[in-house]
Design a protein around this ligand. Structure first.
Ligand code: MOS
Length: 725
């Protein structure tokens, strides 16, 4: 199905199943421990041996010699695989560094060997006996030091409109500030993990991965195999946040190990291996200049971002939102990329906006203060209903940003905020309120599905879409139930298997909208078949109450499907509506904090937000996504930071004891309001993404609340007490 013109009325609009806050259909399997995760496939891969990764102890250089003899002789060891005996490996396209290093070493904790043994403990123990003699080379590890050597990345050209350089100095009110954000780690609950097995020349992997089809393609390139000889399964995933977008070392090592020992092998990264072996969100330096009239109307806005990555890597595109969020005739955005020999940078939840808004929305708070305009009112004054770089000929598909600001402010009690900092005290706490805009691009991706109705009328949906804790199982079941007129309990959803039709996968908050649109397409095809088999004209057949009705006749769905059942496969393919219309998701965050006047400790007291993201497919799972992302925004504001050792080139705090993320007790109250909105240009579902929107701006609302509480403006995240005091 081609989606190249705005959606008209369709069965989803009935809203009997879609749009209802259903519990997760996969919830019971998860809470009873019966949902099989990648490392637990004893059922399908019995007698698996255990692999343990040996990571590089240097950041850059090469292996002079590697001695595996003691490890091989250790109790229970079955094999030790390094670059010397792994056989010729290709390289996938999506990773910057090799997933098995050697003799060249590209980053600290790059995998250099896997030790396979009968038990996990034996493998871990023997891994310490692998002796590597390194030839260490100097590397570049400090973004600040490399900033001036940063270059424009090919992947993300500068943008602009009007004449920023001339207009900015002339503006009545000018903000010119620099903000920094540190490297972040995804810190998802389930570590990277894979069970791999070979049968003849065919490879099967059960792996925690957000993008099944990408994993197949990358494995094919790595092992120089045909894609059809590779079977990837990832039905349950304990969080991803972008850490599992790509094939990672655990999958390659498990496959190598399984090949060497002739039986299934499983590899999970230990928590301390994750931050340096896998990807992270790169640190940024951001300069923001805003020129406005005395009443806060923006005339010139500029956002420059510096980040670093390994040679061949990409930038953190933190200026993205500044292209679309506010008005202003004169504008510029620029990304600059430095070469760093730190571990590989890549996407983490809302790559770009998540840290871009940490800077932009504090700059807006500074502008509000400079103009003496309320921060909510300032944003309303700078709303724009079209792409401000391209002009009115490229309107937004839908943009209920002002509604988010107004309704969010009302619900939060924003009018009680004191404009001057340091006015409110509660015992030893200085109390303040802050707000920030939320924006995240709405991306869409081709997505396929197969849907069938069997002889009993049961519906089965199959797609390689993944559920990384987001609720994909549930919204997909809701879509099929709505389209085919059956209760949710009649639908079985099978996900995360490369034998199913290729889907959008889970990334960039495109998953729910794109994947359900793919299921919509397959259901539309199936409705056509079923109506025809029932002798109906497909156009006027109504699917309702487990039956098909047309021209006064009603036929049970199962009879229309026939004894052997009926199935259909299709995919949604998006045309140029994303070119013709700017597509984004919007919101407004509000936060109240207390800052301890003696210690500088910040405590979030409550948060609230209003969000507009098209049709909300399931308000319960959507809220879950938003509050989780808001918590992640609090992490970015107050505690998350991978500390770089700029001498040796690695992240020092590589475990959950030292890389802090918020827990429930850190955020006592979160309120989420969804603004009613249907976006007919985003997909036939009229939905948009919502999985990443909640992190965008949340941290800036915290930073602005801290300023309002105590009058301390910090522009270097995280805003820890040592900086506040
Ligand atoms: Mo997302 S950072 O594309 O999983």
């Amino acid at each position: 199905m081609k989606f190249d013109r705005p959606a008209t009325a369709n069965p989803i609009d009935r809203g009997r199943v879609v749009g209802i806050p259903h519990d997760r259909i996969d919830g019971p399997a998860k809470v009873t421990g019966s949902a099989p995760y990648a490392y637990e496939r004893h059922d399908v891969a019995p007698n698996a041996a255990y692999g343990w990764m040996v990571g590089s102890a240097i950041a850059k250089g090469s292996i002079r010699s590697i001695d595996t003899r003691d490890a091989e002789a250790a109790a229970g060891v079955l094999a030790v695989i390094t670059h010397k005996n792994a056989g010729p490996l290709g390289k996938g396209r999506m990773n910057t560094a090799h997933l098995l290093g050697g003799p060249r070493i590209e980053h600290y904790d790059q995998a250099l060997a896997v030790v396979v043994a009968e038990t996990l403990e034996q493998a871990r123990d023997a891994a310490r006996l692998v002796r590597i003699d390194y030839a260490r080379e100097d590397g570049r590890f400090d973004l600040k030091a490399e900033k001036n050597k940063a270059v424009p990345p090919k992947s993300d050209p500068d943008t602009g409109a009007g004449d920023f350089a001339t207009a900015f100095p002339k503006a009545a009110v000018r903000i010119d500030q620099t903000y920094t954000t540190p490297d972040h780690s995804h810190a998802m609950m389930e570590p990277h993990a894979t069970t791999a097995a070979w049968t003849g020349g065919k490879l099967t992997v059960w792996t925690a991965n957000q993008m099944i089809a990408w994993a197949v393609r990358e494995l094919a390139l790595t092992f120089r195999m045909k894609a059809e000889d590779i079977h990837v399964m990832s039905p349950y995933i304990g969080g991803g946040f972008g850490a599992k977008l790509f094939l990672r070392a655990d999958a390659v090592l498990a496959a190598l190990g399984a090949h060497a020992v002739g039986r299934p092998v499983k590899v999970a990264l230990a928590r301390p291996q994750i931050p340096n072996n896998t990807t992270h969100r790169p640190a940024t330096i951001q300069r923001i200049r805003i020129g406005a009239s005395k009443d806060g109307v923006i005339d010139a806005i500029g956002h420059e971002v510096w980040s670093g990555d390994l040679p061949g890597g990409g930038p953190e595109v933190a200026a993205q939102q500044t292209r679309l969020l506010y008005r202003g005739v004169n504008r510029m955005t620029a990304h600059r990329l430095a070469t760093l020999d730190l571990p590989e940078g890549n996407a983490m939840r809302a790559p770009g906006e998540a840290v871009g808004l940490l800077a932009l929305e504090v700059a807006m708070d500074e502008l509000a203060e400079a103009c003496g305009v309320d921060p909510v009112e300032l944003r309303i004054r700078n709303d724009v209903q079209y792409d401000p770089e391209k002009g009115p000929e490229r309107p937004f598909s839908s943009r209920k940003f002002v509604e988010c600001l107004r309704q969010g402010a009302d619900r939060f009690g924003w009018s009680r905020r004191k404009a001057v900092p340091g006015q409110v005290r509660d015992g030893r706490w200085l109390v303040g309120m802050g707000m920030a805009s939320a924006f995240r691009n709405n991306l869409v991706q081709t997505s396929g599905a197969r849907v069938s109705v069997d002889g009993q009328g049961r519906v089965v949906v199959e797609t390689d879409m993944t559920d990384i804790g987001t609720g994909s199982y549930t919204v997909i079941a809701q879509t099929a139930a709505e389209m085919l007129g059956v209760p949710l309990s009649d639908v079985t959803v099978r996900l995360g298997d490369s034998h199913y039709p290729e889907s959008a996968g889970s990334g960039g908050q495109w998953g729910a909208n794109s994947a359900t649109a793919g299921v919509y397409a397959a259901c539309a095809a199936l409705r056509g078949k079923l109506a025809q088999q029932a002798g109906f004209n497909a156009e006027d057949a109504v699917f309702e109450g487990r039956a098909i009705r047309s021209a006064g006749r009603t036929i049970p769905l199962k009879d229309a499907a026939g004894r052997r059942g009926t199935s259909a496969e299709d995919k949604i393919e998006f045309g140029d509506l994303t070119e013709r219309y700017a597509q984004g998701t919007f919101g407004a965050h509000f936060c109240e904090v207390g800052v301890d006047m003696f210690t500088g400790e910040t405590r979030v007291r409550r948060m609230g937000g209003a969000f507009a993201a098209g049709r909300i497919l399931n308000p319960k799972s959507a809220r879950n996504q938003v509050i989780g992302a808001m918590a992640m925004g609090v992490g970015a504001a107050l505690m998350e930071e991978l500390t770089v050792d700029t001498r040796f080139g690695y992240f020092v705090n590589h475990d959950m004891a030292e890389y802090h993320v918020p827990v429930h007790a850190d955020i006592p109250e979160q309120d989420v309001l969804f603004i009613e909105e249907l976006d007919d240009k985003s997909s036939p579902m009229k939905a948009k993404g919502v999985g990443e929107l909640g992190i965008c701006g949340a941290g800036a609302a915290v930073a602005n609340a801290i300023y309002n509480a105590c009058g301390v403006r910090i522009r270097d995240y995280p805003l820890t007490l040592d900086k506040i005091i």
